[in-house]
Design a protein around this ligand. Structure first.
Ligand code: EPU
Length: 337
């Protein structure tokens, strides 16, 4: 059923008000097909929402918002080493991580507590603490909005990159992700090499960690650095970590000897956008009811009642200042609507 003039505030983790002219949720593929068929006549602009954790709503939406409520998690096949698990797109990502840990299935424990839905996770190849979705990805099914047929995409067809996939680029707006199948382990290879995890495990006095221990460590780290969107509206990292050439890096390092960075390949270095923004003096900056988070400069926050356009303008001011100070161009990770 299509509803009119619905406030999207409960449907985005920034907690921003925006009125959708038309809104419908679906919990079956048939329901989704029926809605899309109706819209083939109406021709409204479409916005498919999962957990709403990666969008900044800067104005009212004049089209049709479809909220993905497809639910269910099932084991597809398994042997003594691994297990293929299929999760529907409307499931909350962290609930899926908890399901995996409860069933002793490894591979996504480092991705604990990331806000958002299962369906949104491959779209931007979510990642944290040295692991990305692409590392455990098997395949996904998506509905082609034009032909209304279900198509299967393997990892290669998704062309995953850093917070990127084909669904954010050439296929943007053309598919609705229905479910995703991950290849999880029964014999685990833990990835604790990311500094903060090792320190946290040591603090927890754990020397032989289980996947549950790693998940608990990640949860503690995230809770100490990142604001809980249920309490303070936010969308995680607002910008991506920029990648620059070696030559440019050498010049920057001369000027800023402590610059936080990670070597990427022979010719490229990834900079920590959080460090750049922090050093530029933005961390903790508050303008009325919005600003830059006090513990992580990469996160913009809505303290309540903020306006999406104001947050966008703040992001633009940050972008320009980083360009001026370091000559580095930041790119937004969040989708601007
Ligand atoms: N830093 C600062 N000041 C800050 C924030 C960071 O100096 O305000 C420095 C840190 O000290 C560190 C470096 O910057 O040296 C990197 O910081 P951190 O380890 O917190 O990670 P990040 O690069 O800021 C990325 C992801 C996060 C992910 C963490 C952990 C991006 C855009 N962000 O942040 O992902 O949780 O690594 O793996 O890649 C997200 O995408 O929404 C997200 C939260």
């Amino acid at each position: 059923m299509i509803q009119e003039n619905i406030n999207l505030q409960p449907h985005n983790t920034f907690g921003l008000e925006s009125i959708a002219k038309n809104f419908a949720s679906f919990n079956s593929i048939d329901e989704l097909k029926a809605l899309l068929t109706l819209n083939q006549t109406a021709q409204h602009e479409l916005l498919v929402l999962g957990g709403g954790s990666n969008i900044l709503l800067t104005k009212d939406f004049d089209g049709l918002v479809l909220k993905n409520d497809l639910m269910g998690i099932e084991v597809i096949s398994e042997d003594s080493n691994q297990c293929l698990v299929k999760a529907s797109a409307g499931e909350e990502w962290h609930e899926f991580v908890l399901y995996a840990i409860k069933n002793n299935l490894g591979g996504i424990e480092n991705l604990s507590l990331i806000p958002g839905s299962v369906g949104a996770s491959p779209m931007q190849n979510i990642g944290a603490y040295g692991v990305e979705i692409k590392d455990v990805f098997h395949e996904l099914e998506a509905l082609n909005i034009e032909t209304l047929t279900i198509e299967t995409f393997n990892a290669e067809q998704c062309s995953f990159g850093y917070r990127e996939s084909v669904f954010k680029r050439t296929l943007k707006g053309k598919y609705v992700i229905l479910n995703m199948t991950l290849n999880l382990t029964k014999v685990h290879e833990l990835n604790t090499s990311y500094g903060a995890i090792e320190n946290q495990l040591a603090e927890m006095e754990i020397s032989k960690p289980t996947i549950k221990n790693v998940s608990d460590a990640v949860i503690s780290i995230r809770q100490s650095k990142l604001p809980d969107p249920k309490k303070i509206g936010n969308s995680g990292s607002f910008f991506k970590n920029p990648v620059i050439g070696k030559k440019q890096f050498a010049a920057l390092k001369e000027k800023f000897p402590n610059i936080a960075h990670y070597p990427l390949d022979e010719d490229h270095i990834k900079l920590a956008a959080g460090w750049l923004i922090d050093q530029a003096g933005w961390k903790g900056k508050t303008i009325e009811n919005y600003g830059v988070h006090k513990n992580q400069a990469l996160v913009l926050v809505n303290y309540g009642g903020a306006n999406g356009q104001d947050i966008y303008n703040l992001s633009q001011a940050i972008l320009e200042s980083i360009q001026t100070i370091y000559g580095v161009t930041l790119e937004r990770e969040v989708n601007i609507i």
